[in-house]
Design a protein around this ligand. Sequence first.
Ligand code: AP5
Length: 220
Amino acid sequence: MRIVLLGPPGAGKGTQAVQLAERFEVPHVSTGDILRFVVAWQTDIGQRAKSYMDEGELVPDDLVLELLKIRLAQEDARAGFVMDGFPRTLPQAESLDDILSEIGHKIDGVLYLEVPDELIVLRLSARASCPTCGRTYNLHASPPKDDMKCDRDGSPLITRDDDRPEVILQRLGVFKRQTHPLIKYYEDRGILRTVQGAGSKDEVLERMVGELDDMAGRSS
Ligand code: AP5
């Protein structure tokens, strides 16, 4: 199972990718998480990536592709993945097709999570995440039980540098200009389904699973 989740910032890609990856027993591959990991190590590559991420701009394709290839070459990704945050540009989408076709595979389905801008701004301004286990919280809809501490491991929760209001708007603009064209790219290949991302996390998950089941049924 090789699934790509497309959607604007704050659509719920990361939240749903974790659930889908568990359900289909494949890894969750997030270029945002990989980049934040590289940034935390304060390497030259990390410093270069951070300068783009802090401004809400896309990190250059060559750098992201280099990191993605390393991740996809790992053993656990051979049987499939749920990809979140990649591709984000047409050259990235074409490169992903090339990488997969070299090993005789292709993307099975692309789910586009559609969410209104107002909800995105609300969600991202209320996001906190655990630096230890990566779990994210919506401080309004599903806050942690103990004030700003992770329910799972008790770590103090953090907010992301790129969730400042002015950077959220910038990221939304970047999505519309650079990533939205991928919807047509995958529609033309007949592998895209649109899922409404408003509603509870469980409701959205069931909609996504329903679309994936439907696609699998049609292709068998
Ligand atoms: P990345 O980390 O990929 O960020 P993003 O795409 O902007 O998406 P987010 O992580 O903000 O949102 P999400 O859709 O995953 O939503 P989430 O589930 O967290 O990328 C960050 C940066 O890295 C980019 O700006 C760029 O600079 C760089 N980058 C990454 N990949 C790149 C690439 N391929 N090329 C170039 N540059 C790249 O949910 C958000 C909040 O809402 C959470 O608090 C969550 O708890 C809550 N929530 C989710 N679903 C629901 C629901 N149904 N109801 C209520 N609350 C919900």
